[in-house]
Design a protein around this ligand. Sequence first.
Ligand SMILES: *Cc1c(COP(=O)(O)O)cnc(C)c1O
Length: 745
Amino acid sequence: MNRERLIKTLQNIDVTDKTAAELYREISSACMDEILSEKQKAPARCAYYFSVEYLMGRMFFNNLLALGVLDEAREIFAAKGFDLNTFEDVEDAALGNGGLGRLAACYLDSAANLGYPLNGYGIRYRYGLFRQKFVGGEQVEEADDWLKIWGDPWSIRKEREAREVRFADMVVIAVPYDMPVYGKSVNVLRLFQAEGSPEAEKISEYLYPADDTEEGKLLRIRQEYFFSAAAVGERTERYVREYGTDFGKFAESCVFQLNDTHAVFAVAEFLRLLTKVYKVPFGRAVTIAKKTFRYTNHTILPEALERWDEELVEKILPEIAGILKRLQIYAAAAWKAEGCPREEIVRMSILGGGKFAMANVAVYVSERVNGVAEIHTKILKERLFSAAYRHDPDKFLNVTNGVTQRRWLLLCNEELARFYDERLGSGWREDLSLIRSIDCDDAETLAAFSKIKAEKKRQLAAYIEKKEGIKLLPDAIYIAQVKRLHEYKRQLMTALAILRIYFDLKAGKLPDFTPTVFIFGAKAAGSYKRAKEIILFLNKIAELIANDGEVNGKLQVVFVQNYDVSYAEKIIPGSDVSLQVSTAGFEASGTGNMKLMMNGAVTVGTMDGANIEIVERAGRENNYIFGASVEEINALEGKYDPVKFVKTHPRVREVTDTLTDGTFSDADGKLKDLAASLFEETYNRADHYYVLYDLLPLVDALLKVNGEYRDRTLFTGKQLKNATRSAFFSSDRAIKTYAEKIWGI
Ligand SMILES: *Cc1c(COP(=O)(O)O)cnc(C)c1O
């Protein structure tokens, strides 16, 4: 990459008579030419990240930053009368859902910046995660036609490297699109697009098509096999070209990292290729696979631990089904020979009850299995994979998630980056741990930080006004709960807590209350009825409060539409408080919590996921921990009855009554259904996620924040301590751990 040449090219770009989209493509292409001019020598050993999701966000600013030309490019085009911020309208590459997909993007960024050879494999969806709008307070989904206006100048179609992927009933062409990831090394995210027939094209049309029908399930299986098989196929072929068909050195040349269970068919495909195509004996193929694969578990929620019907796999992938069955027999014999008790063999089984347990395949074959926060890994060892852990304890380890400070600090909070530059020089940009040396008690430093927070809040308010047409209360505390909508994340509990505060305000019980804005951002999966009801409930609360002259200068609720990476880049630096209130034991790690911490938000949270490690580092006294611990939740099992609970807790009862007493119009019974989820055994247990149990402790924590916020020096100090102690949560640290302890690259 020749920086001078790139600057010259940018200077020579003529902006007259060009649309923003034309300019976007021209500038992006100029950068791509430089990126691609980089000559790379092939590393001896390479890691591959297999993921169905990559939530990359906007590529433009990130890439210009990586190339070291962002500031200069801004100036060059400003001088020509064109504001580069125009490209803030460019669609996100939202080929992912939430945390898991964003983590994949952060990891690619860190690996390239640290110079580790890590490439990604995934699917190039025609439509990304849906776009969300609210109509009458309800979520409406629109197709995300992300290529329509701006195109995709950051990838290159590699027609000549296309390959066939075969199903029993169709042959699909997998065409790679390569997206370079620029840093100390130039790595590649290779996304496959399915082509060849209208049927084939469906495979890469949508992210997570509904799988509540047989057809839907088959499509998911096709997606997973499609990209896994294309990836394993090309990598294996390359190995054979370079080293022949012995495969003795395969695991020395590459390592395959499975991001959750979605790519576990890669294991079966690898065994199929080795045994059927290259005639390697089955046992030896398993031994090679065991040195090649690694698995990261991201959740203990049963719906995310995939189990595919044997019949369905048999129907479209008979050879793969055969391989998995053979693997079950092989593994069971080995476990038996090693003296595993029968009960444990059943729990580790690859095939059971007519279904393939993909997580068990991954655990069995992988040399390393990791969880994503200390508490999560502990739960994997003690509960989810306890049998496998007893059998092979050394296989399991923890790597707490991380986020890239390049996007989540340098790009989204230039003001804070300059604050560090002024005090530390530029070394912290390479080694984030240096920010720990900022003196958080120094008055001048605190004042400077406080000014930055106020500026980011002002910018956020301006952005929300532009996007949503809503003016945020100025001089208020900004509290954000931004993440996918899921019952375990307990946005419903926050909704009820806001109502509690609302009633108390109206009753005059909170005379010193500092104005507070609650900012929500969340998409609900299209088929997740209850999550959509929670969105509706929050929007109704927002409306109730906005129309109530008694409180609308003190309390405000804003649910922004279409929360995505780009929206996150505005909300996160502009928030004072980070809400991380999942039921203890359910949030594997979280990464939103880390981004907010890095930008100086204090956490109001439960002892769950990475919250525990956040307060360990930033100090419990600088955050607001509340609610039941995992141990308490476990002890409540079978003893908690929410109907009885509200009888002894009228302050809870008063707010849950609003779901059914006509406070809100509820023609379709949607809010009644929320009440049912709390009080009736609608699915395995009433109030499955202990929303009511933790409600008043949450209200207390929020009121404590409200009181302490008034002491501006004290509160700003807490915020700055969080920001300056966030280095551990850099994905640079996480990637170094993966590289050293898991991949050996
Ligand atoms: C970071 C991020 C997430 C993950 O948030 P959690 O709070 O960890 O669930 C989800 N969506 C987007 C757009 C993100 O940037």
